[in-house]
Design a protein around this ligand. Structure first.
Ligand code: PEP
Ligand code: CO
Length: 455
């Protein structure tokens, strides 16, 4: 793809990408560290440490995402809005894996497609904030930006950006990923044993019978296939990939390595980093960093995006139209998707560009209750998703996946769903420091409703 509108300096600038070339651009959402020496020492240390993922895994994911873009697979991406260091426990990691595996089982069964499982996990530690500072009772301190940057407690010491937290984040991500890999390789994800994924409360859930029926049907098919052709080796193994918002560029740069056999640069902190909506400007530092890495990458697309900006963004991030390279994750809100999405779909179609489209039905549907609690309604999340399926179909496009903020715990952060959570329930188990997540039951129900819609 050529840059017909570009000036010569622009073309030269593009040619000279380096892991640190983003530093000459304006970078949104970056904290200010008081001690530069401490910052550089931590970054140098992280750079020396082994990557958390390999470039071969990122390439495998890219191939699977290319299939999803063609409608041959379906992507399930989900996890916390922000992971916290304290939640790095065996139980919470297993619960997150369980709900994603259970949802993927429902989707495989109902959509008759293989599912690409991508966690917002093992590195989702940095958050964009609407304001740099927060004031309480006349005291103003830097905003909490996630455990990668500072601490949430409202004191000057806790809110000061601390470079040592990056090292801790790298280690927590490694511990999380190690546990996920051990569970997956140890047979936890074996389709023959979906009972490993049972969570206590599934038995008391209004959805228990429906889920039990799906598991029963899958076990029957598996037994039938194995009776005919012997044990299916693939059913004992699943691929599980990681993703996070590549927000904090010094941290991402420190984990960027040139891979000789591939002849390309890879971010080895995650398989699939994405650019958040607030940092996706064409001339900004995030787009500059992301254009140089060979990982599959995502970009959040919100209501402000115009067709012409989107086409330029695609040219910059995926100049060679590489299959599976670029995912556009749209997040407009149930009330806006009908106005916002069709012009973008038409623009891509008229330019003959194929990307992977994923719907994030969470971030355009956030609201506050009268008492100021951040929440989301199950019915709005579902409505945006259903409209997304309808609009892609009407424009001969493919909705290749979904992106949820969810947890394997029994929290009360979003209202609605089969159990009928109402605003008064939110107090009972509201744990998120940032955005409200679907709880375990609401997540499973969402997978069932997607399947209902697809039928
Ligand atoms: C997020 O995914 O948590 C997020 C901040 O999303 P967005 O960039 O779409 O607002
Ligand atoms: Co969020």
């Amino acid at each position: 793809m050529s840059f017909v509108d570009s000036t010569l300096p622009e073309i030269l600038a593009r040619a000279s990408w380096r892991p640190d070339s983003w530093q000459s651009r304006s970078a949104g959402q970056q904290p200010l560290y008081a001690e530069r020496d401490a910052l550089h020492a931590v970054l140098a240390e992280i750079h020396q440490l082994p990557g958390l993922v390999t470039w071969g895994e990122s390439e495998l994911l890219k191939r699977q995402l290319a299939e999803a873009a063609r409608g041959e697979r379906f992507v399930l991406q989900g996890g916390d809005c922000a992971e916290s260091f304290d939640d790095c426990t065996a139980e919470q990691i297993a619960n997150k894996l369980k709900i994603i595996l259970q949802m993927s089982l429902v989707l495989i069964h109902g959509l008759h497609k293989r599912v690409v499982r991508v966690g917002r996990i093992a590195g989702q530690y940095a958050k964009p904030r609407s304001a740099d500072a927060e004031t309480r009772d006349g005291v103003t301190l830097p905003s909490y930006r996630g455990d990668l940057i500072n601490r949430s407690e409202f004191t000057a010491a806790a809110r000061a950006p601390d470079p040592a937290l990056m090292l801790k984040a790298y280690e927590r991500a490694a511990l999380t990923l190690n546990h996920v890999r051990a569970l997956v390789n140890g047979g936890f994800a074996d389709l023959h044993h979906p009972e490993y994924w049972d969570l206590d409360f599934v038995r008391h859930s209004p959805l228990a019978a429906e889920y039990g029926r799906i598991v029963g049907a899958i076990m029957d098919s598996l037994t039938f296939m194995e009776t005919i052709s012997g044990p299916l080796s693939e059913s004992g193994r699943v691929d599980f990939f990681t993703s996070h918002e590549g927000l904090h560029l010094p941290y991402e740069q420190a984990q960027t390595h040139f891979v000789e056999p591939a002849g390309r640069w890879y971010n080895t902190s995650t398989h699939f980093p994405w650019i958040g909506m607030r940092t996706a400007d064409l001339d900004g530092a995030h787009v500059e960093y992301f254009r140089g890495i060979a990982n599959p990458v995502g970009v959040k697309v919100g209501p402000e995006m115009t067709p012409s900006t989107l086409l330029k963004l695609i040219d910059i991030l995926d100049p060679d139209a590489e299959p599976g390279k670029l995912a556009l994750i749209h997040r407009f809100g149930a009330d806006h998707i009908r106005d916002c999405l069709p012009p973008l779909l038409r623009a891509l179609r008229s330019e003959g560009r194929r990307v992977l489209w994923i719907c994030d039905p969470m971030h355009g549907n956030t609201e506050r209750t009268d008492s100021g609690i951040k929440t989301r309604r199950f019915e709005n999340i579902l409505a945006e998703l259903e409209t997304a399926f309808e609009l892609h179909e009407a424009h001969e496009s493919v909705l290749g996946g979904v992106h949820f903020e969810l947890t394997g715990e029994d929290v009360t952060e979003c209202t609605g769903g089969a159990r009928g959570l109402v605003e008064a329930d939110l107090d009972r188990a509201y744990k998120s420091q940032v955005d409200p997540r679907l709880n375990y039951e609401q997540s499973l129900e969402m997978a069932m409703r997607i399947v209902g819609r697809a039928r």
